[in-house]
Write a protein that binds this ligand. Structure first.
Ligand code: RIB
Ligand code: CA
Length: 313
């Protein structure tokens, strides 16, 4: 087996973030260098605590967890308690964490880690607004050379938006940060709603987690059972879209996804469409391709990968 892939996870847990983190921690193919929390689904005080709750659930009290930005670069914070509950991890009753939070700011951890890393050796996995990544790139542009790829859950085009008709939540919360990241010249793989809306947490799929009969399996079932209720009512589907674990699944089994390198720009000015990812899928502009935009996924293979890895915890 090749050496494990070095990754940093930047996240705003969030039940789907939690499952993504569990998947990463269950994967010997990945070496998680640290996890940085960002304000998003719920305020930073909650997201950093939730990261530590999830690490303890996975038996990883040794993980380095950092608190990053408590608000977007220039805008007021928009949160999503309506979807995630007031704690951001409603569903299971996870105990308050006792593992430490690192003192360093999350963006500083990203900068320091990348400054000391070999060229193209670290992958950034972003599960929330891109504020921490943008701060790090602004603080130390030279760190871009150390980044192999930024794999980011965010955006949408054929599926439209989820927080407005035009914008997906992670990009909507901090569109200025997305402009910086998408314009950084670093290879970006974007996993938008066009993919995640194909990954529905149907009852049969939830049952597979409960059937593991493990603490982690039951917690995943409870996390997703809470998380899906809002979207089931909104979309009228059996199950809701499962977003963030797709980022980790891309690292583990890229062959179950499909997409292509295109230009993606982010709207920051329009009252109606701010935060929209304008994906030039058909190449009708001469704008430079800057993002590998994923559009297809084998959802059954995705959930099979997820269950098989959660079983290991
Ligand atoms: O739009 C879905 C994204 O916004 C997911 O990352 C979810 O956790 C929220 O952060
Ligand atoms: Ca998230």
């Amino acid at each position: 087996m090749p050496p494990p892939r070095k990754i940093i996870i930047d996240t705003d847990p969030g039940q789907d973030d939690a499952v993504a983190i569990l998947l990463a921690l269950a994967s010997p193919e990945l070496d998680v260098l640290g996890i940085t929390a960002v304000a998003g689904n719920v305020p930073l005080a909650r997201t950093e605590e939730n990261v530590r709750k999830i690490c303890e659930l996975a038996g990883r009290r040794d993980m380095a967890v950092y608190a990053g930005a408590d608000r977007p670069l220039t805008r007021d914070l928009v949160t999503a308690e309506y979807l995630h509950g007031v704690t951001g991890l409603d569903g299971p009753d996870l105990p308050a964490p006792t593992m430490p939070l690192q003192a360093m700011h999350g963006a500083d951890f990203i900068v320091e880690t990348l400054r000391n890393a070999a060229p193209g050796s670290v992958t950034l996995c972003t599960l929330g607004p891109l504020t921490n990544i943008a701060l790090a790139l602004q603080q130390a542009p030279e760190i871009a050379a150390a980044i192999a790829e930024i794999v980011s859950m965010g955006g949408g085009f054929f599926e439209g938006g989820n927080v407005t008709p035009a914008a997906e939540f992670n990009i909507y919360v901090d569109p200025e940060a997305a402009v910086i990241v998408f314009g950084s010249g670093v290879p970006v793989t974007l996993i938008p709603l066009d993919v995640t809306h194909q990954c529905l947490t149907t009852q049969a799929r939830l049952d597979a987690f409960y059937a593991l009969g493990t603490t982690a399996g039951t917690a995943v079932g409870e996390l997703l059972s809470f998380f899906e209720r809002y979207d089931e009512a909104k979309y009228g589907t059996d199950g809701g879209p499962l977003h963030d674990p797709c980022v980790i699944a891309w690292l583990l089994t890229p062959e179950i996804f499909g997409g292509k390198l295109i230009n993606v720009e982010v709207e920051t000015a329009s009252r109606l469409t701010q935060g929209m990812t304008v994906a030039d899928w058909w190449g009708v502009t001469d704008r430079v391709p800057n993002v590998r935009y994923l559009r297809d996924v084998d959802a059954d293979a995705f959930f099979q990968l997820l269950v098989e890895h959660i079983r290991l915890l």
